[in-house]
Design a protein around this ligand. Structure first.
Ligand code: AMP
Length: 408
């Protein structure tokens, strides 16, 4: 089915000439969004979800574009600053041939608020924002949200979880009650379903179970290795596997700096990426990684959602992710838009039980590998009766809040 048969105007279709056809989530979502109803869409990482909501929202904007002054009709919320920048780029790319200039303002923290306030003078058509900065702008009277007719939650389950709960409810209170709600994500854990239901009004649910031909080809590997041997093993794999670019996930900011430093000392171009860096440094690291200025980005879970890095052949879980959902998002940074990719998880003795849990939740069963020269020697510690949890896996503040909220 071509893009032109989905109800999109020629000016939008002409911006899509690089694509042969819509992806399944685009074919399903575009006509529904054009009709104006609420949609909850679940489709794999890298399956073209952004354009599945951007294209029909641009089409709908075409119908109201003569309205002056400009009022914010479309609000796209995202969980990270980098994703705000990425979605903004995608909107502008799709809007390039529209008959009238679309005004898009991207609003995220970590940078001065003044340019964003200036940009909002005279209104805007689309706002793409992280919730915190959006609220700051409202508090500064830089924008009003009482004309929003379409709200998108991109990476919706992340925005609905406890970390964003206060900010999201404040934003929702500022919006008109009658509006279109579009929730998109690759994952929708059960605990956020009921919150989603509170936002949505008679939604159509789209669940794209990709056919094998459309599935991203992500080879998943689990390699057993001692904790102390992970950096040497990483160096070994970078060399022997011939990965041109690797995204390495670690649990802590300190580890990101430490591992990047160790790699650089061995002549491998590596940069750390985490929330302690200035926004300028974050943007630069990501841009330079995308432009292949260096080979390895060592990141915390700040980089696990939504980032679209073309031709990324490998993702390594140096530390395992805290949750099974984060595992899905992390490995989904590779194997995007039909490319192949490999996702390697390092399994140390103390994280073995945790990985089994991740496998169980994701219906996976991976063969454990050992790499000659890096065979593990450590023994798994006995289970700890005191915590009742998995040994070596301390509960985060968020985990504790979640348990308290669930009355556990
Ligand atoms: P997303 O899931 O929105 O992050 O998109 C993942 C990647 O797929 C991006 O690089 C898009 O440019 C690309 N993409 C989006 N739509 C299509 C399409 N119809 N055909 C091929 N690639 C696409």
């Amino acid at each position: 089915m071509p893009f032109s048969s989905l109800g999109l105007s020629d000016s939008l279709v002409s911006a899509l000439s690089q694509y042969v056809a819509p992806t399944p989530v685009q074919s399903a979502a575009i006509p529904l969004v054009l009709k104006g109803g609420d949609v909850l869409a679940t489709a794999q990482t890298g399956s073209g979800k952004t354009m599945a909501f951007v294209l029909p929202l641009l089409q709908r904007w075409l119908a109201t574009r003569m309205e002056k002054p400009r009022r914010v009709h479309t609000l796209i919320l995202v969980p990270t600053r980098e994703l705000a920048a990425q979605v903004t780029k995608e909107v502008l790319r799709c809007a390039v041939h529209l008959p009238e200039r679309l005004k898009v303002v991207s609003a995220f923290g970590g940078v001065s608020i003044n340019p964003q306030m200036m940009a909002l003078r005279g209104g805007a058509d689309f706002i793409i924002a992280t919730p915190g900065r959006l609220l700051d702008l409202v508090d500064h009277n830089a924008l009003q949200l009482n004309h929003v007719s379409a709200l998108v939650l991109d990476e919706a389950d992340r925005l609905l979880d406890l970390g964003f709960a206060d900010e999201l409810s404040r934003v929702l209170a500022l919006l008109p009650k009658r509006r279109q709600n579009l929730l998109f994500s690759a994952t929708f854990p059960e605990e956020v379903q009921s919150l989603a239901d509170q936002i949505l009004h008679e939604p159509t649910r789209i669940e794209i179970e990709s056919a094998p031909a459309e599935m991203p080809v992500i080879e998943q590997r689990a390699i057993e290795v001692d904790t102390a041997q992970r950096t040497p093993l990483l160096r070994h794999l970078i060399k022997t596997e011939g990965w041109k670019r690797v995204l390495v996930f670690v649990a802590k900011q300190y580890t990101a700096e430490h591992v990047a430093d160790k790699l650089r000392r061995h002549g491998i171009g590596a940069v750390a990426f985490h929330g302690e860096l200035s926004q300028g440094a974050r943007m630069q690291a990501l841009a330079e990684f995308k432009d292949s200025f260096f080979q390895v980005l060592v990141a915390t879970d700040l980089a696990c959602r939504g980032l679209d890095i073309a031709q990324l052949p490998a993702v390594v879980n140096y530390d395992l992710p805290r949750s099974a959902v984060d595992y899905t998002h992390r490995i989904g940074r590779t194997g995007r838009a039909g490319e192949a990719g490999v996702a390697v998880s390092f399994i140390a003795a103390e994280s073995h039980a945790h990985f089994c849990l991740i496998e169980k939740r994701n219906h996976l069963s991976l063969v454990r590998e050992q790499i000659p020269g890096f065979e593990p020697m450590d023994q798994a510690p006995p289970p700890s009766p005191s915590t009742g949890g998995i040994k070596g896996w301390r509960k985060s503040k968020k985990d504790k809040l979640r348990e308290a909220a669930a009355g556990l």
